[in-house]
Design a protein around this ligand. Structure first.
Ligand SMILES: C[S@@+](CC[C@H](N)C(=O)[O-])C[C@H]1O[C@@H](n2cnc3c(N)ncnc32)[C@H](O)[C@@H]1O
Length: 351
């Protein structure tokens, strides 16, 4: 079977439409309800308002959709993504075939995989990203519906623009590169640089390597390495980046990633980690719920981590934490729709 069943396509479209409804109708209604509750001036009053809204059918429907439609997207036994790719092994093999002979891909089958990564189905992705050959394809198919108000890859392209606006880097490390969503836009904007993407997930790296010839980019390298202990020599890069990596790590490992970023940079080099940071009790509450509903258990601790202090502890200076607009207008105060509070954490290694 080379194409997905019509029923699978229809089901996945239903999930996508539900996500749109959730982000653009349910969320504004829920936010309006919260604004209409007196959440007062003290943290205790805000907590009371949160407790009150948690009991409303509107919030419970919002939470149900977030958890269960994501679960059905992956794991519905007939029309879920896992069943779809499982039923088309030849198509998967062909799609990834170009990776086998790629001179730009370095895999390490004996790489130790950290426990947090082995034991949690993050995003509700069955087996996380190291369970099956098609995990990269499945993550790619899923990742397009999780941010319903951005064009495909828009956030990552805008991040590439942001990188380019800083300076013309020569040696870039992109940690947790997945299937290349961020690595490719950076490499396209810095043709004179070598951009290296590393990830724990061999299936994601294979998909990135299989996609690479279509991009026409000669300056991408891909390697199966751990961002916590990458094995590259000191001062190998002038820019270390990641997108949506930090919130997936236990707090102690975030500190290790910052230390590793520092070690890998040459003096004067820059770090730019793009992630999320809630401002205020309302968004913190929603992300705490999201963490439970989407199996992203380390997110609440990351949200409360003092990142300025953590980057200082790693040795960085010129630390800036800036809101990041993943699409035009998204950081406006009157933006009505659901969005993750994208935030850029950047700093410099002193000369
Ligand atoms: C949410 S995904 C983000 C992927 C991509 N950066 C993006 O923005 O679409 C997090 C990625 O980090 C990778 N990852 C998690 N822990 C890692 C580690 N210790 N070292 C390298 N990659 C890691 C995962 O395999 C996954 O591809």
């Amino acid at each position: 079977m080379s194409t997905p069943l019509r029923a699978t396509v229809a089901f996945q479209e239903l999930i996508g439409s539900m996500r749109q409804h959730w982000a653009n109708q349910l969320y504004p209604a829920l936010h309006e309800r919260y604004r209409n509750i007196d959440h007062g001036a003290t943290p205790a009053m805000a907590d009371q308002a949160i407790a009150q809204i948690s009991q409303t059918p509107l919030y419970q429907w919002f939470a149900f959709i977030e958890r269960h439609y994501q679960r059905m997207k992956y794991s519905d036994p007939r029309w879920g993504l896992a069943a779809n790719f499982e039923s088309r092994p030849e198509w998967v093999r062909e799609r990834l075939a170009a990776a086998e002979s790629s001179p730009y891909l370095e895999l390490n089958p004996t790489l130790p995989i950290p426990a947090y990564y082995r034991e949690i189905d993050i995003h509700q992705h069955p087996g996380n990203l190291i369970g099956a050959d098609y995990d990269g394809l499945m993550y790619q198919a899923s990742a397009t519906s999780i941010h319903p108000n951005t064009r495909r890859f828009e956030a990552h392209e805008r991040f590439g623009d942001r990188v380019l606006s800083r300076r013309r880097f020569q040696a870039v490390l992109n940690m947790g590169c997945g299937f290349g969503k961020c690595t490719f836009p950076i490499a396209a904007r810095l043709p004179e640089a070598i951009v290296t993407g590393i990830d724990l997930s061999a299936p994601c790296l294979r998909l990135a390597a299989a996609t690479l010839p279509d991009t026409g980019l000669p300056n991408v390298r891909l390697a199966q390495r751990d961002a916590l202990r990458s094995g590259y020599a000191d001062a190998s890069f002038d820019l270390v980046t990641s997108t949506q990596l930090l919130h997936e790590l236990p707090v102690d490992d975030i500190r290790l990633v910052l230390q590793e970023s520092f070690r890998l940079l040459e003096p004067g080099g820059e770090v730019m980690h793009l992630d999320f940071r809630p401002q205020g009790r309302w968004m913190e509450f929603l992300l705490d719920g999201h963490a439970v509903r989407n199996n992203e258990g380390f997110m609440p601790a990351f949200n409360r981590l003092d990142m300025v202090a953590a980057m200082q502890d790693a040795g960085f200076v010129d630390i800036a934490i800036e809101p990041f607009a993943e699409t035009e207008g998204a950081t406006r105060a009157d933006w009505p729709y659901w969005r993750f509070p994208w935030t850029l954490f950047r700093a410099v290694k002193p000369l």
